[in-house]
Write a protein that binds this ligand. Structure first.
Ligand SMILES: [Zn+2]
Ligand SMILES: [Zn+2]
Length: 476
């Protein structure tokens, strides 16, 4: 049922030191830098869907349906309590034996290995709804976020470096190397018990519905429902999704505080997964269930840096960017500091371009690099271990770096000075606070969001000024 893949030879570290971890040993994916539609890891997924049609041939019995429904909920519980809340987020503790059972039961869902799942999921939280997100409807639409990403090797490749807490267990690595073994055993068991109808209806149909129930959290839980907390992403709370996924539908709560065992934060937010875990904690099967901080639940905890930045960007994007007005032009010409700073900024960039041209052995670079391009080029140069470039390159790289810092400093000062001007189309801090309150309702840290949004608007204006050829005439 699963694609056979030979484990490559594990790299050996120096004597006495552990060998560096080789992800190929686990995934069998090899390196996929292309975007093939069908690659080995997608074949079981497709076959399970295909096999579900076997139900047309066998027909349906009440007993097989009952088994299918039971297997849906038992395995959904294993995915949410195991794959998600335990392995991906470590939101509670358990014994090594029970940890293995959770992983094994989770893998009867045929959703690939537990380590792969956790690694991909942690990546989702690190990059939620940014272009880097594995499955963001915002950046790829519903189908991409639901199943499309599975068919994109670049997207669905796991970073095994990000799950050292899981790869350290040999029994989990064993399961990872045989991702479909538990599902295969379950399928055989159901077949032996109920025959073909059990296999097709009880196992395959149930597994297909389970796929889409789980995937609805990747897709729908970022599209429909309410956003109680400002999380900087599109995660939402939905009772319907919470019912079909045993509690995962409180996805906005979850994005607000990932390491909580429960995802229903209010008493009426039904979270079956949590109720079962709570009961298990009473008999000592699991322990140290983590709770969300009360101030966070009440929506009063200050926002983290990342969320704050995203919210400020969002607010700034919703407003028209301030333009270069005649008043600003006048202030510009009348204030020597502006002209000096701008000319320092451009001077540093011109000089840096010459240095870069020298190191790259070209007569001149086609365009004046931006600060971001400069930084990128410097990083690339640092990483290039080219023998020819290495000699003397370090020195030039350092000089370019100094110039970059000079340019950045000049720009930062400009942002500060321009912010002090009374510009009619730059919203005041008070305006922005009102806008933030209207946009994010009762979210905490509204003042900070407004302050940062104003800074962003000024930064955008300064970038315009520095790019404006007419204003450039002031220092040319
Ligand atoms: Zn999410
Ligand atoms: Zn999560």
């Amino acid at each position: 049922m699963h694609p056979s893949h030979a484990a490559p030879n594990r790299p050996k570290g120096p004597k006495g030191t552990p060998a560096p971890f080789d992800h190929r040993y686990l995934s069998g994916d090899g390196d996929h830098d292309h975007d093939d539609v069908v690659y080995p890891a997608t074949i079981p997924f497709l076959l399970v869907h295909l096999a579900a049609f076997g139900a047309i041939w066998t027909g349906v019995t009440l007993q097989a349906v009952a088994v299918g429904v039971a297997l849906y909920f038992i395995r959904m519980w294993a995915i949410t309590a195991g794959y998600h809340r335990y392995f991906s987020h470590r939101s509670y503790k358990t014994s090594r034996v029970f940890q293995f059972l959770l992983a094994f039961l989770g893998q009867t869902s045929a959703q690939r290995g537990v380590i792969w799942w956790a690694a991909v999921h942690r990546h989702h939280h690190r990059h939620s709804d940014t272009p880097e997100d594995v499955h963001s409807a915002l950046h790829g639409g519903f189908w991409h976020s639901h199943v499309g990403w599975i068919f994109k090797p670049k997207r669905s490749r796991a970073d095994y470096e990000s799950v050292p807490d899981l790869t350290r267990y040999p029994e989990l690595r064993f399961l990872e190397r045989h991702p479909y073994f538990p599902a295969f055993l379950l399928a055989i068991g159901v077949y032996l018990w109920l025959g073909w109808v059990g296999l097709f209806v009880g196992f395959f149909c149930s597994t297909v519905v389970l796929y889409h129930g789980t995937f609805a959290i990747n897709s729908l839980a970022h599209m429909t429902g309410n956003q109680r907390y400002l999380t900087g992403d599109q995660s939402r709370n939905s009772l319907f999704l919470a019912l079909i996924t045993l509690g995962e539908g409180w996805h906005n709560n979850h994005h607000a505080y990932q390491s909580s065992t429960r995802q229903g934060f209010r008493w009426w937010e039904i979270d079956i997964t949590y109720y079962v875990l709570w009961a298990m904690s009473k008999v000592g099967l699991v322990w140290d269930l983590r709770e969300p901080p009360p101030e966070l639940v009440a929506g009063k905890q200050r926002l983290g840096r990342k969320v704050l930045e995203k919210a400020a960007q969002d607010l700034a994007d919703s407003l028209p960017s301030p333009g270069i007005t005649p008043g600003l032009r006048e202030a510009w010409i009348l204030t020597p500091t502006f002209v000096e700073l701008a000319s320092d900024f451009h001077g540093a960039r011109v000089e840096a371009r010459e240095q870069l041209a020298e190191i790259l052995s070209v007569r001149t670079l086609p365009d004046l690099p931006s600060i971001d391009q400069l930084r990128q080029t410097i990083d690339e140069l640092r990483h290039r271990a080219d023998e020819r470039l290495r000699q003397g390159a370090d020195e030039i790289v350092q000089r370019v770096d100094v110039l970059r810092r000079r340019a950045e400093h000049a720009r930062a000062l400009l942002v500060e000075r321009v912010g002090e001007l009374q510009l009619p189309d730059l919203p005041s801090l008070e305006d922005l606070k009102a806008q933030a309150a209207a946009r994010f309702r009762t979210a905490p840290s509204l003042d900070e969001i407004a302050e940062r949004a104003r800074e962003l608007l000024i930064e955008r204006l300064v970038a315009r000024i520095l790019d404006d050829p007419e204003m450039a005439g002031a220092w040319a």
